[in-house]
Design a protein around this ligand. Sequence first.
Ligand SMILES: *Cc1c(COP(=O)(O)O)cnc(C)c1O
Length: 235
Amino acid sequence: MSAETIKENLKEVELRIKAACTRAGRKRDEVTLIAVSKTKPVADMEIAMGEGIKVFGENKVQELTEKYEQLPTDIKWHLIGHLQTNKVKYIVDKAELIHSVDSFKLAEQIQKEAEKKNIVCKILIEVNAAKEESKFGVFEEDVIPLIKEISKLPNVQVCGLMTIAPNVDEAEKNRKYFRKLRQLNVDIKMKNIDNVTMDVLSMGMTGDYEVAIEEGATMVRVGTGIFGERNYSTL
Ligand SMILES: *Cc1c(COP(=O)(O)O)cnc(C)c1O
């Protein structure tokens, strides 16, 4: 995509984020924009970096680690896609935040690799808020027991929740899921579980990030709205 288009898209997204914050009585700096660069070339990411973007989201371990080698070290990498246990070792010291933890088994593997590297790995619990069969993530009712279990792992820190809302024609239709996730996050935070912070709510994508911000998102993951449509057929 042309540099001009990416720059214009970023301006537009920024304006919309600001407006959503204003509508919700929130400060702009309460929301982090994650530029989702999956399938897009490093050159496109460099254009976004030129506009001040520092946080990128990737959904595949291999793509993240390849780009990691090519881009400056001050970039923050977020793994937003499904993570297999056998790939944890490649990512645990590269991702600032793993958004997609949905089992104790995966958390245990993260613990093992984080311990080896003597780091604490920050994670979010992925919630399948609409109980869609095609989606990863745990159901709402299973989140608290899972977090209690994970909280005992010293090198894994649960920082909040993430959800991928249904693909809908109108963003408003996802408001109820965002609201539910926010409430769940608050409920868990009030339990004051050791080693669990619950300050992050990762929700909202190109189609619905404004509604997500109105409902309390602290991170929005925007791909198409910045870098244009993805073309999977050429990969
Ligand atoms: C691809 C992806 C996004 C970005 O989707 P867009 O609709 O292009 O903004 C956000 N979150 C996750 C988990 C993704 O895989």
